[in-house]
Design a protein around this ligand. Sequence first.
Ligand code: MF3
Ligand code: CO
Ligand code: CO
Length: 254
Amino acid sequence: MTVSIKNEEQQDKMRVAGRLAADVLDMIGDYVKPGVTTEELDRICHEYITDVQGAVPAPLNYRGFPKSICTSVNHVVCHGIPGEKKLKSGDAVNIDITVIKDGFHGDTSRMFFVGKPSIQAQRLSEIAFESMWLGIRELAPGKHLGDVGAAVQRHVEKHRFSIVREYCGHGIGQAFHEEPQVLHYGRSGTGLELREGMTMTIEPMVNAGKANVKLLPDGWTVVTKDHSLSAQWEHTVLVTRDGYEVLTLGADDR
Ligand code: MF3
Ligand code: CO
Ligand code: CO
C-alpha cells in the first residue's frame, strides 16, 4: 500500500482546492428550497465551479458519472445523480462537491433540509455530523486509521443508527480517490499508522435502519435496502505535525 505524503507546496494546493469545494456548499445553500430540482442545483454548482472559481467539477465524467455534483435525497445513501425531480418540504439532501484546482482535489459534503425536517431526519444528520468530527479528532501522526473508524462507529451505534460498510473515506490529492481506504468502523490501534502530510476524507454514511445498501440499475445511486433514511457529512483533512487541519471548513467555521 502506498499512501502519498504531500509536501508543503502540495499541501497549499490542497488548502486551495478544499476551500473552493467548501465555498460551493456555502453558495448553494440558499437554493435548496421546495420546488427546485437537483438538476438545477447541479447546473448552478457547475457554473460556479467553472466560471467563478476557474476550477473543474471532479465528478463530471468520472468513471462515467454524468453530472458535476452528487445529490442524495432521503433514503439515497450516496452518489445520487441530479435529475428533474423537484425537492419538497421535509426532504433531506446531501450535496457532495469535489473540485479540482491546479491539479489537486477538494471533497466535501453536507446535509441540507428542504423546509422543515422531521425530528428523525434532524437527529440522524446530527449524529452523522458528530461522528464525522469524532473521527477527525482522532487524527495525528502515530495514530491509526482504526482509531478513526472506531470513534465514528462507537458514536453511531450508541445512538442505534448504523454505519454503511460498502463505502468509505479515502486518500485524496492529485487523484480523486487514493489510498488508503478510510473505514468508518473498526478497532482502535489497528490499521495504517498516520503520518504528517497525509490527506484524506472522513465521510461517514449513517442509516436510520439497517446498514445494508443496494445499488440501483443506473449503476451509481446507492440506497438503503430497507428504504430507511440515510445521512452523510464529509471533510477533507490534512494530518499535521501535532494533529490535523480540516481543509474544507465553511466560511462560518474558519
Ligand atoms: N464525492 C464522492 C466521494 O466522497 C465521490 C463521488 S464519485 C462520483 O468520494 F462519480 F459519483 F461523483
Ligand atoms: Co470523498
Ligand atoms: Co465527496
